[in-house]
Design a protein around this ligand. Structure first.
Ligand code: PGA
Length: 257
């Protein structure tokens, strides 16, 4: 796993340009008080990317997008290619979030193509995987997540300059205020880690991959997750919307690592 922990803010469709800029500025200021050496990434809506970039450049905060096309150019109305994200300073992109899988019918194949396309442009994908409540009740969580990770990685190799992040997000814990048990999350992370070990050389797994937890992660529960072997950061939705709370999450992660 990448040695440094990551804390990623997924603002989803909550902030327009004005609020994204204000939140990013608060985080940049807040981070000055925390000697956090991990990665901090903010993912605003596309319309706010350029404005947020002007706030975070020259700061330790990196810019992420919430989605990317698997195509590079042409007649794909509404889509944005990785090189276009790159043009405005994007270094990370969330791929295959469960909300996109659910509402926009994103398939494992699309997730794979988007992941590949992002990597080819040097953008680090944050690939989201996770089971639904029904799948968990049926005891299918390992099978579901293994399939999602394996399909996302199909045909992918990582060059020394490329990294890939996975975010294990049990769908039934997202936005509920109730994160899952840290030990259970760690078990699912170990399942993902094993696939990474099977797919990539050891050195690549160690230096170019990491696994985040997402699903009601906040400033209170993150330290407990970080005690676990395979959990190395967070994809944060609700607790990232108020910038002060997100800074508290970063502080909690910093203090726990
Ligand atoms: P949540 O969202 O923190 O509100 O559960 C996480 C996510 O959907 O990435």
């Amino acid at each position: 796993m990448l040695q440094k922990p990551f804390v990623v803010a997924n603002w989803k469709m909550n902030h327009g340009v004005k609020h994204s800029v204000e939140a990013a500025a608060d985080i940049v200021v807040g981070l000055k008080q925390i000697p956090f050496t991990g990665g901090v990434v903010v993912c605003p809506v596309d319309t706010a990317l350029m404005a947020v970039q002007t706030i975070v450049e020259e700061s330790p905060v990196a810019l992420g997008a919430q989605d990317v096309s698997w195509e590079d150019t042409g007649s794909f109305t509404g889509e944005i290619a990785p090189w276009m994200l790159r043009e405005v300073g994007v270094d990370y992109v969330i791929v295959g979030h469960s909300e996109r899988r659910k509402y926009l019918n994103e398939t494992d194949e699309m997730v794979n193509k988007k992941t590949k396309n992002a990597l080819e442009e040097g953008i680090t994908p944050i690939v989201c995987v996770g089971e639904s409540f029904e799948q968990r009740q049926e005891g299918e969580q390992e099978h579901v997540v293994m399939r999602q990770v394996q399909k996302a990685l199909d045909g992918i190799s990582l060059g020394p300059a490329h990294s890939i992040l996975f975010a294990y997000e049990p769908i039934w814990a997202i936005g509920t205020g109730q994160a899952i048990d840290a030990e259970e999350a760690n078990h699912m992370h170990s399942v993902i880690n094993q696939i990474l070990i099977d797919h990539f050389p050891d050195q690549v797994v160690k230096e170019n991959t990491t696994i985040l937890y997402g699903g009601s992660a906040d400033e209170k529960n993150t330290p407990g997750f970080l005690e676990k072997q395979h959990i190395n950061g967070f994809l944060v939705g609700t607790a990232s919307i108020k910038s002060q709370q997100f800074v508290e999450v970063i502080k909690a992660v910093h203090n726990a690592t």
